[in-house]
Every structure is written in structure tokens, then in C-alpha cells.
Design a binder for this molecule. Structure first.
Ligand SMILES: [Zn+2]
Length: 334
């Protein structure tokens, strides 16, 4: 793992090989002692530290990152995300949150926010109603145009906050993997992900219940978020909330999403809908419905789980080939 390169060593007075190693660094910040892990370059010849261009910079960044992590303080990226989600500039954001006009500008330049201000920023990121409250509170300071723009953006993202964290992460990863996806295809994908995850690992991936709508299983809260796209691919800047969050998923969770996107992903939402129309969980939940009739009947998770457990006895759903065989068998019945 140690990369070997050469650098001039002042002790040896010549170019020598060096290695990078991790060392701990004790540092006192605001009267509190911290231990950070930083990188150090060491001469392979004399074991003395050598000076590598850029290493000090990257260590400073690393200390900043670890400090924010230890203290639960928002990152610069979080602040940019906040501006993107609520379509608001630095100065009006600063004023809306009740800070001084240039506070956010200073944070973006690298100054570390106090815990108190950081918590306010995080709350705004985690709740649109909190943000709307702040906007209303400081409406006079930020000006009408900025206020209206941010208010509209806050209303637009509101439904996203009804989603569970796992659902958000799952959708984030699907967006990352799938080139283009319609709300209908996304719904069906989520259904298969939940079903296959439950069959393989025994527990639900996300807590949301899905309902047996006329067009197949639908997660209502997810429907609310994307309904404006109708039959078009989802594409919107406000989904900054979904960007690059998928790293927080476990390997098993990612594995199942990979499996589903790599197998079901090649079919249109309409075909996926037809597949679900032939499966017990949706059929059972619509026992008392006419075809095409509106229904909000919940498809019990147990029903989905036992269906996919049964599928798992015939097909190896722990790999994409097995799932493709299952899909082929289903397509023949459509
Ligand atoms: Zn040396």
C-alpha cells in the first residue's frame, strides 16, 4: 500500500526513495485536545521525514475534515448543497439563517462554523419546514425576490423530507447507476429491490410501505416527490439531496440495488408494471378491486417477502443471471 517515489532528502543529501505513512497528530483547538490521523513522508534510507509538495495542504484539509466529523460540524459541501437545494445565494442565506451577511461567505472560504451555527445549517438541510420558518422570520432582511425564490424551492423539496433515510440513499444510488429513469420505472425498481433484499437478508431495506395501485405497486411518498415528471425521465437540480449519498449504504444494500438495476433496469416502466401485475403480492392486495380501479390497499411487507422467498427457491436471485431467468419466465406470461 505504501507508494514508492523519490524525493531529495536533506539528511542524505541526495534523491532517495520515500514512503508515505499514517501518523497521529495531537492538536489543541479551542482548549480541547484532538488526535488526528495525517500522512507523513519518510526517507527509506535514513528514516527521517522528507518534504513532499502538497502534503502539508492535504494534511491541513484532512485535519479540517476530521475535526468537523468529531464535532459534528457541517462541511463546506453541505453549505453549497443548502444553497443549491433552496436556490439561494450566500448573502441572503446568511441573513435568512439569522447570521451576519458575510458569515456564509466566510464559511465557504474555509472558516469553521461554531457548533451553534452549524446546527442551524444542518437543520435547514434536514427540514424544509425549518428553512421556511427561517425565511419567514427574516423575510424583511433578504428582499422579496430572494425570499420568493427560496420559498418556492423549499415547497418543492418538501415531499423529499417525508422519505426515510434509507429510501433517500436507495434512490440516490439508483440515480447514480441508471442513465435515465421514469417515475414509473423507479417505483417498480424500488419494489423489486425491497422484495429481493427481504428474501436474501430477511429484513426490509427501507421502512416505506407500498400500495397496490392500478399501475402496480407504488410507494406513495416517493410518488409525491416525482409526480410532476409524469411519464418523462426524472431530471431536476433540486435532487441535490440525493447526490452522492449512496456511500452510506452497506455492501449488501448496494449489492441488491446493483442486481435489480442490472437486470430489471433494461425494461421500461410499463413492462415492469406488467410483471408486477402477474405477481401474488399485488394481486392479493387487490383481491376486492376491479381492474383499473383506484386502491390504496397496502401490500404487506410479509406478502412481498414470502413471494420473493418462493421465487428464490426456483431461481438464484443472489446473482443477476438468476434474476434475468426469473424475468424471462415472467415475460412469457405477459
Ligand atoms: Zn534520508
Amino acid at each position: 500500500m505504501a507508494k514508492k517515489r523519490t524525493q531529495f532528502c536533506v539528511e542524505c543529501r541526495k534523491e532517495t526513495m520515500y514512503r508515505i505513512q499514517h501518523v497521529s497528530l495531537k492538536k489543541c483547538i479551542k482548549n480541547k485536545e484532538y488526535t488526528f490521523i495525517v500522512s507523513e513522508a519518510v526517507c527509506e534510507n535514513c528514516e527521517e521525514p522528507v518534504n513532499i509538495p502538497g502534503l502539508m495542504d492535504s494534511n491541513a484539509k484532512e485535519v479540517d475534515r476530521q475535526y468537523r466529523l468529531k464535532e459534528g460540524i457541517v462541511s463546506v459541501e453541505d453549505i453549497y448543497k443548502l444553497m443549491e437545494v433552496y436556490k439561494i445565494g450566500k448573502a441572503p442565506l446568511s441573513l435568512a439563517l439569522g447570521f451576519g451577511e458575510i458569515t456564509i461567505t466566510r464559511y465557504l472560504a474555509g472558516q469553521v462554523p461554531s457548533k451553534e451555527y452549524s446546527d442551524i445549517i444542518r437543520k435547514a438541510l434536514e427540514s424544509s419546514s425549518f428553512m421556511m420558518g427561517k425565511l419567514n422570520e427574516n423575510m424583511d432582511k433578504i428582499g422579496e425576490t430572494a425570499y420568493r425564490k427560496a420559498m418556492n424551492a423549499a415547497k418543492e423539496v418538501e415531499p423529499i423530507f417525508a422519505l426515510s433515510e434509507k429510501m433517500l440513499l436507495t434512490i440516490s444510488y439508483i440515480f447514480k447507476k441508471a442513465e435515465e429513469i421514469t417515475p414509473l420505472a423507479l417505483q417498480k425498481m424500488l419494489y423489486f429491490i425491497q422484495g429481493i433484499y427481504m428474501a436474501l437478508f430477511g429484513a426490509e431495506l427501507f421502512r416505506e410501505e407500498c400500495e397496490a395501485w392500478a399501475h402496480g405497486p407504488v410507494f406513495k411518498d416517493v410518488y409525491e416527490v416525482f409526480k410532476n415528471f409524469k411519464y418523462n425521465p426524472i431530471d431536476d437540480i433540486r435532487f441535490a439531496m440525493f447526490q452522492n449519498r449512496f456511500n452510506e449504504l452497506s455492501d449488501n444494500e448496494k449489492k441488491v440495488i446493483d442486481l435489480v438495476v442490472d437486470s430489471f433496469g433494461m425494461y421500461s416502466g410499463k413492462v415492469l408494471e406488467q410483471i408486477t401485475h402477474g405477481e401474488a403480492p399485488w394481486l392479493d392486495a387487490r383481491e376486492n378491486c376491479l381492474p383499473g380501479e383506484r386502491s390504496n390497499e397496502v401490500i404487506p411487507k410479509e406478502s412481498i417477502k414470502s413471494y420473493f422467498l418462493e421465487v428464490a427457491t426456483k431461481y438464484d436471485i443472489s446473482n443477476a443471471d438468476g434474476i434475468r431467468k426469473y424475468i424471462d419466465s415472467r415475460l412469457q406470461t405477459i
